[in-house]
Design a protein around this ligand. Structure first.
Ligand code: NDP
Length: 371
């Protein structure tokens, strides 16, 4: 028992090799994001009338990193299980890094005299609050927009952790249908995220949240290390998935994907061109500002419903013997219900009677006839 605790503490202290791995990864992403060809996407209009421009080249950065890693593995320079082998160490290295970054963001942001919407400090004086939620909307470092960068780093890391877990399962001879489905669903979700990376520029995190510990930790630590819990769990637990459960998982994934991607796409297209057709028809628009057609005419956050179904599909391949692989859908349910409440409050304040009219027209929040 004492030995186990000592081993855990030892594993929590990152070795130089895991620090180096993390640093190389972040430097690679920063350099690749800066120099690789990119679609430049204008961000939302900020309150001072300015607009940021985002370099949406996450997909090409991801594929180049995959090619480089595959070459390294093929040449014998890197072990395919390196990430999975250093799991706890990498987790603690990333956690320490996100703590460090959030303190630097707090210190630097609080001292800023910049009055632009992106860099103006919003300081309440309550250190914990300011450190947690952040003080600046869009801080950057050496020309890299940090908020956009950290989401990219978290999503890319999720895929690499999963691939390393897949390699470990394969080498251990435990790769089976459950492992395959979990890996496939997550890989499709992550690649799809990067195909549509520009949609991220109109999301709540990018538009409204300041960059503090909550987002830094969420992006860098929480996304890659907890969204992959099913993969870690499947390393230790063999699941014989019945065909009917496999088919149900696939169906839930497909429906979830259609709703998630469809809803986010409709809003994105609507913001760019409010007259663009939705499901082949002219859109119904409330007060000239809010879309009430397509998915946005079914519930006020159908995109959350799609995401929840997707999250469920990532866990179903693990069967029902344990609650641990269901951490992600349970967490997401709590997060999205909370987020939906915060977004409602924000929209109601921003759109006032137009929002009230939209709520009358579309009474359901996330799941029709239930919530
Ligand atoms: P949304 O993309 O739903 O953005 C909400 C904003 O959209 C509102 O603040 C408002 O902004 C605008 N809006 C709301 N209703 C309408 C409407 N009817 N017509 C036009 N505009 C409208 O929320 P999020 O940014 O929270 O989520 C984006 C995606 O990211 C979701 O699919 C979500 O599931 C996913 N997500 C996933 C997480 C995870 O951990 N897996 C965590 C968080 C989000 P405005 O003021 O610009 O009009």
């Amino acid at each position: 028992m004492q030995l186990d605790a000592a081993m855990l503490v030892a594993a929590l202290i990152p070795s130089w090799s895991s620090v180096l791995l993390l640093a190389s990864y972040l430097v690679y992403l920063a350099v690749a994001g800066t120099i690789l060809p990119s679609k430049i996407v204008p961000g939302a209009l900020l309150s001072d009338g300015s607009r940021l421009h985002y370099r949406c080249n996450g997909l090409v950065s991801l594929f180049l990193l995959l090619v480089l890693t595959a070459t390294g593995v093929y040449m014998g320079w890197i072990s395919p299980t390196a990430i999975a082998d250093k799991g706890v160490e990498l987790l603690s290295a990333t956690f320490i890094f996100s703590l460090f970054v959030s303190f630097v963001l707090h210190a630097g942001g609080s001292r800023s005299h910049n009055q632009s919407s992106s860099l103006k400090p919003y300081v309440t004086g309550n250190f914990i609050h300011d450190w947690w939620f952040g003080v600046q909307l869009n801080p950057h470092f050496m020309g890299v927009d940090l908020k956009f960068f950290f989401v990219r780093a978290g999503m890319t890391a999720w895929l690499f952790i999963n691939l390393s877990l897949l390699a470990k399962s394969y080498l251990a001879g435990t790769a089976n249908l459950s492992v395959f489905l979990y890996q496939l669903f997550c890989a499709l979700y992550i690649i799809d995220y990067f195909v549509h990376e520009e949609f991220m520029t109109s999301t709540w995190d990018i538009i409204a949240e300041r960059l503090g510990f909550m987002l830094v930790f969420g992006d860098l630590v929480f996304i890659p290390f907890t969204f992959s819990i099913q993969g870690w769990w499947l390393l230790q637990n063999k699941v014989e998935l019945p065909n009917v459960a496999a088919i149900a998982s696939c169906l839930i994934f497909v429906v979830g994907y259609l709703v998630f991607r469809g809803a986010n796409k409709q809003k994105h297209v609507f913001k760019k061109n409010p007259n663009a057709h939705i499901w082949g028809k002219r859109p119904k628009v409330v007060g000239g500002k809010l879309l009430a057609s397509g998915y946005w005419g079914i519930t006020r956050h159908c995109n959350y419903l799609g995401d929840l179904l997707l999250a469920l599909s990532f866990s179903l391949p693990c069967g029902a013997s344990s609650v641990i692989p269901f951490f992600y859908p349970i967490y997401l349910l709590i997060l999205l219900v909370w987020r939906e409440r915060r977004d409602e409050a924000r929209c109601s304040q921003k759109y006032k009677e137009v929002w009230a009219e939209y709520c009358k027209l579309v009474p359901w929040r996330i799941l029709p006839f239930v919530y």
